[in-house]
Design a protein around this ligand. Sequence first.
Ligand SMILES: [Fe+2]
Ligand SMILES: [Fe+2]
Length: 191
Amino acid sequence: MEPTRDRAWETLTRYTKSESLLRHALAVEASTRFYAQKLGEDEELWSVAALLHDFDYEMHPTLDKHPQDGAPILREEGYPEEVIETILSHAEHLNLPRDTLLKKTLFACDELSGFVHACGLVRPTGLDGLEPRSVKKKLKQPSFAAGVHRDEVYAGADELGIELDEHIRNVIAALQPIARELGLRTAADAA
Ligand SMILES: [Fe+2]
Ligand SMILES: [Fe+2]
């Protein structure tokens, strides 16, 4: 099977109906793909892994099932082992090595994309004009987007070997082109 983005979207939307989960998948995809492009890697394959990383979350919302019980389904659908291994490695509780650039990138983009998205949702101009400084300040407020694991945000940038400021800037830039799909306002709305 050719692991295309279209095919991954079809699989994702068959198992996931929640708008917020679909938006999460799109945000993580945009960030992961941004890095694929920057690093000269396979954008299509990186998109597939990112889109599908939480594909089973709606049916397996607990860590005793997600993402490990989703893996056999993806295997049956014919996704390559590289995609499946990458998806498994985003879960801290499985303690799998993140020994490829794709694994490091997916892990680094997962929590931070959600967090930057949340920052954009509370601003009248969305992501436009959002600076890493204010994202970092919000990271230190435990009550803001409380579901985002701060330790994973810091560990992700660390494992990827990138300064947090630069990583935040990249994720903001990656999400800006899909602001509408993410339900975000833009500077044009505030004008
Ligand atoms: Fe997950
Ligand atoms: Fe996720």
